[in-house]
Write a protein that binds this ligand. Structure first.
Ligand SMILES: Nc1ncnc2c1ncn2[C@@H]1O[C@H](COP(=O)(O)OP(=O)(O)O)[C@@H](O)[C@H]1O
Ligand SMILES: [Mg+2]
Length: 279
């Protein structure tokens, strides 16, 4: 998935900032609909950073395009800064150049939560043995199943992170998925007591990709945020479906008004079901 510098520069021109002499050539990490993400360094070759770049869109009017890029990028940087100030785990913002369409943010040196969960789901020996279905049932009945504990714990950390985002920062993310969360590895190398499978789920949950985030304190907006996460989670990790409830339970416990958000979530789900029935 990663691309070398040579390919990067020949295929797409990088932003000017990445063409300055540097001892660490930028690496293209992802190429999304809205922009690209490079791994590079900030100020010193020993400080890795993620550079999020929104290239000009040739099909848009240049003035409108520049204005849109500026507004979106500065909104994203502002939200990140607000979260960071409130102590929500998000990448720190190092530098922003809205006119050139990029921002440099702290590099999170871990896998996306999606990858951690997939590794965990593929790894438990009991699932590998016979297609997994019966084993899943067995797990359902065994609440204290040690094998599941790391996943339950991760689900709770996710619920807590979202609760703190909503409550402390007053921010709704707008695109909560397991790809927009990373697992920052523990500094001490992790819990030696955890098995190999549990290791995939270790680390601090760091929220990323605030391109669609807004300030809001409303139950409705918060409930929609949770609904987006629920839908994304169930379609990305259908085999972990039964564990999603742990996210909501941790969210419930994370702030006083969370309970009313969860009541609202019922309405949002109902609307979602009606809409999918009508088509
Ligand atoms: N701060 C970061 N540190 C490390 N990797 C990152 C960072 N931010 C984003 N990424 C990686 O790049 C991908 C795309 O970034 P994201 O902010 O989600 O942009 P997009 O709007 O294209 O989805 C992420 O899914 C993640 O794998
Ligand atoms: Mg993303």
């Amino acid at each position: 998935m990663t691309t070398t510098n040579t390919t990067t520069t020949t295929q797409f021109p990088p932003p000017k900032v990445l063409t300055y002499p540097s001892s660490t050539p930028p690496i293209l990490i992802t190429q999304g609909a809205e922009g690209r993400l490079y791994k590079t360094t900030y100020l010193s070759p020993s400080i890795p950073c993620a550079l999020k770049y929104r290239p000009p869109k040739p099909y848009r009017h240049p003035i409108l395009d520049a204005r849109l890029t500026k507004a979106r990028l500065s909104a994203e940087a502002k939200v990140l800064e607000r979260c960071w100030r409130e102590g929500i785990p998000v990448p720190a913002v190092y530098a922003v150049d809205t006119s050139a369409g990029w921002m440099a943010i702290e590099w999170i040196d871990g896998p996306p939560v999606r990858a951690g969960i997939n590794e965990w789901l593929g790894d438990p020996p009991e699932v590998e043995q016979d297609g997994g279905h019966q084993q899943d049932k067995k797990k359902e009945n065994a609440d204290e199943d040690e094998g599941e504990a790391p996943m339950v714990d991760l689900m709770r950390r996710i619920g807590l992170a979202v609760g703190r985002l909503h409550n402390l920062a007053g921010v709704v993310h707008g695109d909560l998925t397991t790809s927009n969360m990373m697992l920052r590895p523990p500094l001490d190398g992790g819990d030696a007591a955890q098995g190999k499978a549990g290791k995939a789920l270790e680390g601090e949950v760091v929220l990323i990709d605030f391109g669609l985030a807004t300030q809001s304190q409303s139950d409705e907006d918060r409930a929609v945020d949770l609904y987006v996460l629920e839908r994304a989670f169930l379609s990305t990790h259908p085999r972990a479906e039964r564990l999603f409830g742990e996210v909501l339970e941790a969210y419930r416990g994370s702030f006083k008004k969370a309970a009313s958000v969860l009541v609202k979530l019922e309405d949002v789900r109902m609307r979602g079901r009606k809409k999918s029935m009508i088509g």
